[in-house]
Design a protein around this ligand. Sequence first.
Ligand code: MN
Length: 711
Amino acid sequence: MPTIDALAERLSSYLEPDQIKQVCRAYHYAEQAHEGQFRRSGDPYIIHPLAVANILSDMHMDSQSLMAAMLHDVIEDTIVPKDALVQQFGDTVTELVDGVSKLTHIKFESQEEKQAGNFQKMALAMARDIRVILVKLADRLHNMRTLDSMPPEKKRRIARETLEIYAPIANRLGISNIRIELEDLCFKAMHPMRSNMIRKAVKAARGNRSELVDKINGALKKRLKEEGLTIRVMGREKHLYSIYRKMKEQKKSFKQIMDVYGFRIIVDSVDSCYRALGIVHNLFKPVPGRFKDYIAIPKANGYQSLHTTVVGMGGVHIEIQIRTEDMEAMAHNGIAAHWLYKDEEDESHSRGSQRARKWVQGLLELQQRAGNPQEFIESVKVDLFPDEIYLFTPKGRILEMPKESTAVDFAFSVHTDVGNSCVGCRIDHQLAPLSTKLSSGQTVEIITAPGARPNPSWLNFVVTSKARSSIRHFLKNQKVDESLSLGKRLLNSALSTFRLQMDDIDPAHFELLAKEFHVEHFEALLEEIGLGSRVPQGIARRLAVLNAGKEEAISDDHAQDQLAIRGTEGMVVTYAKCCSPIPGDDIVGYASAGRGLVIHTTNCKNMLELLDQADKCIHLSWDAEISQDFSVTLRVWVENGRGLVAQLASSVTEADANLEQISIGDKDERVSVLSLRIGVHGRKHLARVMRKLRLNKSVTKITRLKNASKN
Ligand code: MN
């Protein structure tokens, strides 16, 4: 059974003593956290993280990756919170652990084969730090190695998923050691009989072949050494899964495949590669059309080597690969290979990811120079797809969408009908507003209602052209009388902010306005409002002016409010008490009959109930320049003590905020919960106030009150 001491011993070959100490510390921390947990095999749980770290150490991964490996199931499977890991091991290691946990959450079950490519892309996109993927691959490798303790059905499912997702990812990153082992383990789990047969056949063939292998090996070595090259020559065997695949895909018999002998020649420089090739071609007759120069034109995953096939003794075909030590390391460990080379001055995360990015960049350039970019486009990524996000439907289908896409964009990309009738959505099972910006990995369920229709205000936030054109198209095609009545409703709600209704207005004023706006009838204006091509507030304001007979009469009692939110000029604006929005929050306006436009935060619970009244909800944004104060309530947990209230009050003042009210809620002997209403300019200011308050030793927790009961 592997031990931490044995690992530490091996790490000393390439890590500094204090780095090894950190890895051991992570081990002991994880061991304690997983105390009392067991693997299905009956082993103590810690065996698993230790094995994962061992796999990574074979690739000479850095100490942070190894620490993350030790801790990779701690957030997920133990009571240790993320914060505790940050405190113990810092941000970078915690981010790695968190990234691995998140990848675990991607559900692969309901996945169709053709979408495997998408999954790979998503997995890669979600891992900002490529080391997350490497830890995850090592995790999966160990789980595959210990698959036997699983029930058969689960075994097959995991193997299938591994073959469709993880092996191709390993391949894309050029980590062939892991890819090959994963493939063989999957093959064994999915087709135990076939795997066993091929394994036995290979063993038998090896005996028959050994004499010839030795002969070829001897001949190659002798000749290359005579020419003064420093070389290593080794025989190669195909792995079981690749033999099986060749038999199946190329319809070859086992004998045909085994009749080909594979050798690898490792030399000391690129120059020697070509020299060795010349020597080999001189020794054995090359098979025409089989020479490939992957040194000049590397494969998409960075693989470099010369390949040739020659005819050897007795007419057997010999496949030969020629490469340098560096290329050999790259061929086995791929993207992980660049951690092999230690950077003395800085082992930090940014340096690591910089190098990873450079590696990818280098590949990209090579590929472009080679004039063969198409394969690569689909390939490796650290930040190669910064503009795409990947989302799930509840049934597990993946949609690829542009960054910043909202739930409405999502609805339209599922189907135009879904977009046209959507009224709300659930993001990861939580009810959320349709304007919510989505991020990679979320599951989005669109709620539709019969008879619902697109809201003109959606045009303010959708980003996909499909959603935009579909909404416009729908609005244009609604029956004229529908848009008329919607226009009327919208204008009426805009007028209500001036305490007016359309019935209050002199019909002559309507005709006057029609002339001003160059339309034939006032109805045409209402239609345009209903179609979303004209904003009702401006027209309402103009009508109010005409109605009052002079400009000043409607002059701005709410001058400050009007400045605070874009597009609300001339409206009565109030701020909902339940969620107390402040500048910087995402906001929605709800046009209520008596109170004008009530502003809520988009995630306010009360607002969620109102969002299906699409015609009354308007998505808004804050004005850039706001000078007024906004009230917000903080709940502050404090340990009781003398003079506390005064201390808190002065903290608020020191942060240039206005303390409007302070009251004591729950109180027991040790702890009180205070309610502080303060006036701030916006979110940043609020953050400053909260920081100041936290400096008081007796303060244990602060939250912003966001869902006060409705009042
Ligand atoms: Mn694990």
